[in-house]
Ligand binder design. Sequence first.
Ligand code: CA
Length: 279
Amino acid sequence: MRRILAAILPGLLLANCAGPAADQPVTIDFALKSGTEDVTCTRPLPGLNKKATLTDARLYLHSVSLIDPAGRTVPVALTPSSWQRDGIVLLDFENAAGTCRGNPATNTAITGTVPAGRYTGLNFVIGVPAPLNHTSTNTEATPLDLVAMGWSWQAGRKFIKIEVDPEGGITRKTGKPGISWNLHLGSTGCAGDPVKGETITCTSPNRVPVTLPVFDTNRQHVVIDLARLFDGTDLGRDGGGALGCMSGADDPDCPAIFLQLGLSPVATLPPALRIEPKG
Ligand code: CA
């Protein structure tokens, strides 16, 4: 026994003196639901105010971090794959089956590593960072090469693309009926030409920072709830502008969606501040 311990001990001492402990793998799972039920491409969406089917559901995330018990944010080093690079993740819940129109591959998790330790919370941002957002789908590697997630008219990406087809179509103010209610979240009010090397600035970046102060990656997953997302939206009609909400600052269909995303379509005052006439 003594000989065995003697053989093992140097190894243990070496490990203890070798510096910080090795990284540990982390997987952060996501689910797309409507209310409490899973969303699929092969049956009508449950729990919405109008019977509808899913045609697309994809979104980009970045700046993924875990939060340790002391409140420090620790970046997750993403494992490079066709879904992840340069701190960006594409989540893809549609599989081209049934009513969906994308491609068969899906991705519902973030994978990476963090320094060994205990973590109790999660941070991420919905969207693509500006320097990588305003790039060409023709020249970027996956997952930024998808034409379907490109947003040429605003020189960027759709951060969220969720499209549903309500039964009976969509009534529009133009009188021309619509088929798909489109949620395209992205930066708007952008100026600058990336082709000329100009820096693009946007008056409404529309990235969504998310902090989950209490989150256990081993026991919990993050749910995107379409019933809540479309709470306050009549999917059978469009109030004007793009069909659905394509993030237009003046689209009457966006405020209800932005409210559910924790975004405000226009600059608002914090509740503790107000404006009054002087005197
Ligand atoms: Ca609209």
